[in-house]
Ligand binder design. Structure first.
Ligand code: F3S
Length: 722
């Protein structure tokens, strides 16, 4: 006897997910309530009940604050409301294909369509779908019933997921001719259709068919019906114990198919029993068209054994060109896309479904609800669940673990807050705020660090205000940096430590400038001499002694007065912290030459001086630094001269006689002629009898009239440049 096992046998995607959801919940809490049998398979139900599951018929049977699983059939919206009122935590295992129908009909109703459901009125799935139509959908099972429906403006047809395709088409045909505005959405599940197609094809070539599944499952009943039409030896088995051994002792081919509610272990048990009974079975793998296998939403069914020899390359059929999907397959594929897959680190929106103590349960659309433990509620350690959310609130969470070891999806609200803080902190960096990072790694062109989850790159040229030979020396060091570029979307930052160092140095210098003020006396050390003055360190900052402030005299070069390294007592003339300039004076702390000129230079004194400058009306003679007298042209020689230069050159050192001293006007009149005249020719007089009226006939012009001042000979402070 040969055995062919259907390729699509066993749990469909939705059932498998629902059973897993119950199993997962049982690992974390007991009991777990299930609203209606989780599947139409007593064996599976018994097994789950033995582990702590309790099947109930209504929400009112579920104690408050318990956990309840909604099976793959789904429920009407009022069930969710009842659960909320009773503070029951829902684990929603509604099959995504069914949930999709809920969305479709809800939208159709909102858009003013009369919804018609092709399905069994009493089936929980149809009851659930009708609930999303406000319980106003029309429900039909046959084309005749569709014919008898009342009139309506716009009619929208959907189907129970396990409805028979052929019947759906018949109903659609009737309605399309009956209603002027008609639309349909074939919502029959591909998993069901695949099983039905397979049952049809297999039963045509088998001598007997075994359909494994619950007798109350409409799915199983439909499969058996399809098989019976082709093969009168069709048997429904709920377990291996029901195997009709006596009827199978024939030398033919037996086909085995199983409904979507049948677990794999149940199928294996039946095959094992057949072997035990010495039915001499050889299990053949059923061949399934490639496109059907592709459309299968669940894992490929495990092949028990195969006798078929592997095909050679030559025997293999040519690869079929990619074909267009049918609307149903597109629908299924779309649904596949909507199925929630989660991974750690993912941020998802969810709805708070229950709060137990400080644990918040959130529906994130996954097969199991997520839990936010108190420690993950908020960055504020004192925050309670009530501070964070209420039941029904939409909340954004991060998935920490898909399974925390107890079957829970571990969520965090705290990490969302941290992410928000990180985002704000990174945005602030665009304003030039400094931030600290620890350098983690040296790469070719710089070093890498991390800040608030963003990658920070510091180019080698921006690492220091000096050349860095070895980047590795910075690894592990904490440094303060400033962002040069911030890419918020990619969370990347290019930063500079060099700018920070430079800016801090400038800031520190400016602070130092604030310590000084005009008039203050300070000590300084000459650091550098230029043509226009001497830069002098007065304690961390340099000030300039302009050449005119080095001496009351007129030095030709600052080096005539000071040398590098000289320690000086200075007076601050002015401070400009912004431009970082301090003007210093050496001469300000030295006696002014005119202060004692009247005492040191008396009329009639014979003194020496250096010709400093020659003017048309006479020669200015420097008697001592900063103290000048004028030898009028008439007093330059003993003879009459046309030009001063006929007798004198600049820098000549000459002997002169003091004719007059006026400290107020800062004028000293000198005469060279009086010194050159023979003693006998000189008028004999003492200082007291000096009479200006008796002087030769010239009038000494005042210096001011010559419109020449000392300042004209020196550059001003503002004229110098560093
Ligand atoms: Fe869902 Fe289809 Fe199974 S609708 S429960 S995958 S039969």
């Amino acid at each position: 006897m040969k055995l062919i096992q259907g390729k699509y046998n066993g749990f469909c995607f939705g059932v498998k997910s629902a059973v897993e959801a119950v199993e997962t919940e049982l690992t974390r809490t007991k009991p777990v309530y299930i609203l209606g049998p989780i599947i139409h398979n007593q064996g599976v139900v018994d097994k789950l009940e033995a582990e702590g599951a309790i099947t109930v018929e209504s929400v009112m049977q579920v104690p408050e604050s318990s956990t309840m699983v909604i099976r793959s059939h789904g429920v009407p919206p009022e069930v969710y409301d009842q659960c909320r009122q009773r503070n029951i935590r829902i684990v929603d295992a509604t099959c995504p294909f069914v949930a999709r129908i809920h969305d479709i009909v809800q939208k159709a109703c909102c858009d003013g369509w009369q919804v018609v459901i092709a399905g069994q009125k009493e089936h929980p799935e149809v009851i659930g779908i009708n609930g999303f139509c406000g319980n106003k959908a029309w429900i039909v099972q046959t084309a005749e019933q569709a014919e008898a429906l009342p009139g309506a403006e716009r009619v929208f047809l959907v189907a129970q997921t396990t409805f028979v395709q052929e019947k759906f088409e018949q109903i659609a045909f009737v309605m399309a001719t009956k209603y002027p505005s008609f639309r349909k959405q074939n919502t029959i599940c591909q998993a069901t259709r695949q099983r039905q197609t397979e049952a049809y094809e297999l039963s045509q070539k088998c001598d007997a068919m075994i359909v494994i599944g619950g007798r109350h499952s409409s799915n199983t009943k439909k499969l058996a019906q399809i098989c019976k039409n082709n093969c009168k030896n069709t048997y429904i088995l709920e377990s291996s114990a029901e195997l009709p051994v006596e009827n199978l002792e024939l030398n033919g081919i037996i086909g085995i198919i199983a409904g979507a509610s049948t677990p794999q272990w149940s199928i294996r048990e039946v095959i094992a029993r057949m072997n035990e009974q010495d039915l001499n079975t050889t299990v053949l793998e059923e061949q399934v068209p490639a496109e059907q296998a592709q459309a299968q939403p669940e894992e490929a069914v495990e092949a028990v054994q195969t006798e078929a020899a592997p095909q050679t390359e030559a025997e293999k059929p040519a690869e079929e060109p990619e074909r267009e999907l049918t609307p149903e397959e597109s629908f299924e594929r779309d649904l596949e896309k909507t199925m929630v897959r989660i991974r750690p680190g993912q941020v998802k929106k969810g709805t708070v479904v229950q709060i137990v103590g400080d644990d918040v349960f959130v529906n994130i659309g996954y097969k199991a609800d997520g839990i936010i433990p108190q420690a993950e509620l908020s960055l504020d350690p004192k925050a309670t669940a009530a501070d964070i959310a209420s039941v029904g609130d939409e909340i954004t969470v991060e998935i920490v673990k898909v399974n925390d070891g107890e079957g829970n999806v571990l969520l965090s609200r705290k990490s969302i807050e941290r992410r928000e803080q990180d985002r704000a902190a990174i945005a602030e960096l665009e304003d030039g705020r400094y931030f600290d990072v620890t350098i983690k790694q040296a790469v070719k062109a710089g070093v890498l660090a991390e800040y608030r989850g963003a990658r920070v790159f510091i180019p080698a040229s921006q690492l220091s205000n000096r050349y860095v030979e070895n980047l590795e020396e910075f690894v592990g060091k904490k440094v303060t940096v400033k962002a040069l570029e911030v890419d918020k979307s990619r969370r990347r930052i290019v930063a500079s430590r060099r700018q920070v160092l430079q800016e801090e140095a400038i800031k520190a210098r400016k602070e130092k400038y604030k310590q000084f003020e005009a008039g203050q006396h300070v000590k300084g050390i000459v650091r550098r001499i230029t043509d226009f003055g001497a830069f002098t360190d007065i304690g961390g900052v340099d000030g300039l002694i302009h050449v005119t402030d080095l001496s009351w005299g007129r030095p030709k070069h600052p080096s005539d007065i000071v040398s590098v390294g000289d320690e000086l007592e200075l007076e601050i003339l002015s401070v400009n912290a912004e431009t970082e300039r301090i003007a210093l004076s050496l001469k300000a702390l030295q006696p002014k030459p005119w202060d004692h000129a009247a005492e040191r230079y008396l009329v009639g004194d014979i003194v020496e001086g250096r010709v400093d400058r020659i003017a048309p009306f006479g020669a200015f003679v420097e008697l001592e630094p900063g103290l000048f007298g004028l030898v009028h042209i008439s007093q330059v020689a003993t003879r009459r001269i046309d030009k001063v230069e006929d007798e004198l050159r600049v820098d000549d050192v000459i002997t002169v006689k003091v004719l007059d001293v006026d400290p107020e006007a800062k004028r000293i009149s000198l005469s060279r002629r009086a010194v050159l005249q023979p003693e006998r020719e000189r008028p004999q007089r003492n200082h007291d009898s000096y009479d200006e009226d008796r002087e030769p006939s010239y009038k000494l012009p005042p210096i001011e009239e010559a419109k020449v001042t000392l300042a004209d000979f020196f550059p001003k402070m503002d004229d110098f440049e560093d």
